[in-house]
Write a protein that binds this ligand. Structure first.
Ligand code: TXA
Ligand code: MG
Length: 319
């Protein structure tokens, strides 16, 4: 299959409306979409990514008020979150409406819904004839794509079209909150922080499940994620780099690295926002350079730093 690359949201939506699968930019990471009214196209997403069939997709809507077309039983906590964070980097899990086919939700009675804020995404979604089911546009288990070039690298020849946009502003996937049960519950950390969520909904359950032993509330949590080919070593600030045998190592963090001369590639980030924005691209650059070990300094456990720590921990577990 030939993959068309375009900067026209209308042209890209045309491929999707014709039953194709199309990658598109968002402020979090790039998505790989199919119309929810085209179940056969939704199935193609799983094939192109090598995604396990029991891992549901997020449905993207162009306007906050469209949520009523894909969800039901939207309670007060969910309404409050929608008022504050839609459009933006938040996904809500709610009871699904009949318009959402089981191919999207992997058979669940709930659906993840997001309304992106990126201007190009909004234009693209506006041209699509129905809401767009989309996971991140990467090979399953690998770092998410934060640029159209990363999408091309992973998925060229496997998808119909890539809508070109700028690199993703945030660089990490959306925060996910499950509002389908009695109590709202955080399923994935992201740019909407725990602090912001708690300020709005004090009773929110924020103990994110990281273990493979418990039954996962979010099916995707049990799979390895975000892993580059290179090995990931997590380190605390100031911790000396231990391995002397690495033929080629890289370092990313907020302070200047101990043993800087040892590394072939270094990124020192000025803010946690910058760390989040460049992390997955840094992983991909390291793989392109043939780096075999990436030392990652853990950022402070607050704000978006929690989401960075979560992704780093999962990437390290992927080996
Ligand atoms: O920022 C994002 O969320 C990006 C952009 C493209 O919107 N999308 C994204 O999708 O990260 P994906 O598929 O890589 O991650 C979605 C996560 C998975 O862990 C999946 O299991 C979970 O959301 N999820 C989807 N529907 C769910 C549901 N009904 N209940 C619980 N978890 C759900
Ligand atoms: Mg993903």
């Amino acid at each position: 299959m030939q993959t068309i690359v375009t900067d026209s949201p209308e042209e890209a939506a045309g491929y999707l409306n014709a039953g194709g699968i199309v990658a598109f930019p968002t402020e979090t990471v790039y998505g790989l979409g199919a119309g929810i009214c085209r179940p056969e196209a939704v199935k193609k997403i799983f094939r192109a990514k090598g995604r396990p069939a029991d891992n549901p997709l997020i449905v993207h809507i162009p306007k906050p008020e469209d949520i009523d077309t894909v969800a039901r039983e939207i309670g007060e906590a969910a309404r409050e979150l929608i008022r504050h964070f839609f459009p933006g980097p938040l996904t809500l899990v709610l009871k699904k409406s009949f318009t959402v086919p089981s191919e999207v939700t992997a058979g669940l009675d709930t659906v993840g819904i997001r309304c992106p804020s990126n201007a190009v995404t909004k234009r693209f979604l506006g041209f699509c004839h129905c809401p767009v089911a989309a996971p991140s546009a990467n090979i399953s288990g690998r770092p998410s794509s934060t640029s159209w070039k990363a999408v091309l690298h992973d998925l060229e020849g496997k998808i119909d079209c890539i809508l070109k946009g700028t690199p993703s502003d945030i660089g990490l996937e959306s925060t996910i909150v499950d509002c389908s049960g009695a109590q709202p519950r955080l399923l994935r950390t992201g740019a909407v922080t725990i602090e912001e969520l708690q300020a709005l909904i004090p009773e929110i359950e924020t103990a994110v499940i990281c273990s493979n032993d418990e039954p996962p509330k979010s099916p995707g949590l049990k799979y390895p994620h975000y892993a580059p080919v290179a090995r990931i070593r997590l380190c605390a600030t100031g911790e000396p780099v231990v391995s002397a045998k690495d033929s080629s190592s890289a370092w990313i963090g907020m302070s200047s690295p101990p043993a800087a001369g040892r590394h072939a590639f270094i990124r020192q980030c000025g803010t946690t926002g910058e760390y989040a924005r460049i992390l997955f691209d840094f992983f991909r650059q390291c793989d392109a350079l043939g780096i075999d070990t990436i030392y990652c300094e853990l950022p402070p456990d607050e704000g978006i730093g929690r989401a960075i720590r979560d992704r780093l921990t999962r990437a390290a577990a992927g080996h």
